[in-house]
Design a binder for this molecule. Structure first.
Ligand SMILES: Cc1cc2nc3c(=O)[nH]c(=O)nc-3n(C[C@H](O)[C@H](O)[C@H](O)COP(=O)(O)OP(=O)(O)OC[C@H]3O[C@@H](n4cnc5c(N)ncnc54)[C@H](O)[C@@H]3O)c2cc1C
Length: 508
């Protein structure tokens, strides 16, 4: 039986990055993926509604490491993205709205319509978040992630609340809400809670298309990222096997030595990298005696209950917003659409989710990718990707089919207050509450990032690439720097594995 240099559990985009870089370095690699598709949460599904290509989970891209794009020649392999510009739109019930994009003069006009004093504050806020985002991004490849290496003001922003950061610079409620939103994604906390400053900066760390903090749509949906990385991996000789769930990571004398699949197949490998959630990796796939009790306790205590709900909707026509009428594509149809008019709205949304198990006036951000890439839907049709909070995984009364439908009805009704044609334009919908994200994507607790991204679970306190079991590595979002479609955890694991294999060979 062949012994691979590396066997990888899971073909999420990070597992694929790890495979591609190792194979490019001349290592023999095999990847096993439980699902029928590859890419994990970075997927474009064509099997949900005829004629539609759905970014069923993640939907926009910013943090993907530009180094990887070059090293794996991803553009040559079909990866194409276009900047989301304008990037944020909030229609208000009174007919006003706020639209922000890359043009400073247009932003100044939009903001001045609410409060001219905020024009300068918004610029200063942008300079501050650029600095924070840059500092984070530059640390994502550090061999030893060290939060304390940030200077004191940076640490204070990251440990503080998103609301504190935003309110320091601007006073207009709708502008504050639009900016604070990024600090709440995937986080079961309110905007005034400490640590949401880190989440905000994490979402502004990317530099897609060379622009700090910019976000982009990927042509063909998020699965195009995974497809390009998989193409690179295969071209360098890696094998990728879908529909192949790993049941066990085999270890002998304190070293990982191979994999056992659910269908009974086995494979031997010098190293194992797991793209699966840390709890799956350490509590389900490893024998219970393979870890020391302290490490096991860390895994058991890992906070990974998510508050997010994804609602994918097929529309017969574009939303006709009362604030900016029309159903032909306009700039605001290309932006992230928010509904929150103020930070207080978002705080109430969080508190209601926490106290009642579901928010009746939730955080909602939506994207229409079809005005930019019409190939994703049949002619004249559209896809609205809706990301909503707060709908906690562990709601006290559980998650029934009726509760999922209620949440979806509520979200559509709220959007209908701003775009009255929307409810009747809905032709199909797919509701993914946190338990569905767990069941379909293996995201334990439904957490979109393999565990919350807050102080206590970031940098040196996130899981390290090298695990306590010799030869076992974590190559997914449970490792530094955590979630989003970035490729960093996969890259870090590939470098560690390649170096350790070389050291082992030299010592032999
Ligand atoms: C609804 C939603 C919206 C999001 N929106 C965005 C966004 O717009 N932009 C962004 O950057 N990020 C977004 N994210 C986060 C981002 O998608 C994830 O952080 C990222 O895709 C995780 O990648 P990964 O490779 O680390 O892990 P995953 O994508 O989770 O991949 C892990 C893989 O391991 C497989 N696996 C697990 N167990 C086994 C086993 N026993 N055997 C074999 N295979 C196994 C799984 O099936 C899966 O394919 C979103 C996530 C969700 C869920």
């Amino acid at each position: 039986m062949e012994t691979y240099d590396a066997a990888i559990v899971g073909a999420g985009h990070n597992g694929l990055v790890c495979a591609a870089l190792l194979a490019k370095a001349g290592r023999s690699v095999i990847v096993f993926e439980r699902a029928a598709w590859i890419g994990g949460a970075a997927v474009s599904r064509t099997d949900v509604w005829p004629g539609y290509t759905l970014s069923a989970a993640s939907y926009v891209c910013s943090l993907l490491d530009p180094w990887l794009v070059e090293a794996l020649a991803l553009r040559e392999r079909g990866l194409e993205y276009y900047r989301k510009d304008p990037y944020a739109f909030t229609p208000l019930p009174d007919g006003r709205s706020l639209l922000l994009g890359s043009d400073p003069a247009a932003n100044a006009r939009e903001i001045a319509a609410f409060d001219a004093r905020d024009v300068a504050g918004f610029e200063a806020y942008g300079a501050c978040t650029d600095r924070l985002g840059r500092a984070l991004f530059d640390s994502f490849s550090d061999a030893q992630p060290d939060f304390d290496a940030f200077d004191a003001p940076t640490q204070a922003h990251l440990r503080g609340s998103a609301a504190d950061l935003v309110e320091r610079y601007v006073r207009t409620p709708v502008l504050q809400a639009e900016l604070v939103n990024d600090g709440l994604i995937g986080t079961n906390l309110g905007p005034r809670d400490p640590g949401t400053g880190y989440v905000l900066a994490h979402h502004l760390a990317g530099r897609v298309l060379g622009v700090q903090g910019a976000w982009a749509f990927v042509r063909g949906g998020m699965g195009s990222v995974s497809a390009a990385i998989a193409d690179a991996a295969r071209s360098y000789g890696a094998k990728i096997v879908a529909d192949a769930a790993v049941a066990r990571i085999a270890s002998v004398n304190g070293r990982a030595v191979g994999l056992e699949l659910e269908d009974g197949r086995t494979v031997r490998a010098r190293t194992i990298a797991s793209n699966a959630h840390p709890r799956t990796t350490f509590l389900e796939l490893l024998d219970s005696g393979a870890l020391d009790p302290a490490f096991r306790a860390k895994v058991e205590g890992w906070r990974s209950n998510g508050p997010s709900l994804k609602l994918n909707v097929a529309l017969g026509e574009l939303p006709n917003f009362s604030a900016r009428p029309g159903t032909t594509p306009q700039p605001h149809h290309r932006a992230t659409i928010h509904v929150a008019p103020s930070i207080d709205y978002l705080q109430r949304a969080y508190q209601e989710g926490r106290d009642c198990g579901a928010s009746s006036e939730p955080l909602i951000e939506c994207f229409l990718q079809t005005p930019t890439d019409p190939s994703l839907a049949p002619a004249g049709k559209h896809i609205l990707a809706i990301f909503a909070q707060y709908f906690p995984y562990d709601r006290a009364d559980g998650w029934s089919a009726a509760q999922r439908e209620d949440a979806a009805d509520r979200i559509v009704a709220i959007l209908g207050r701003l775009a009255p044609n929307l409810p009747n334009a809905v032709e199909a919908r797919m509701v993914l509450a946190a338990p569905d994200l767990e069941a379909q994507f293996g995201l334990v607790g439904g957490h979109i990032f393999h565990g919350v991204l807050l102080p206590g679970q970031i940098y040196g306190e996130r899981f390290a690439t090298r695990t306590p079991l010799d030869g076992l590595y974590l190559c997914g979002s449970g490792a530094h720097p955590g979630g989003c479609v970035s490729g960093f955890p996969g890259k870090r694991a590939a470098f560690a594995i390649d170096a350790d294999l070389a050291a082992r060979a030299a010592a032999a």
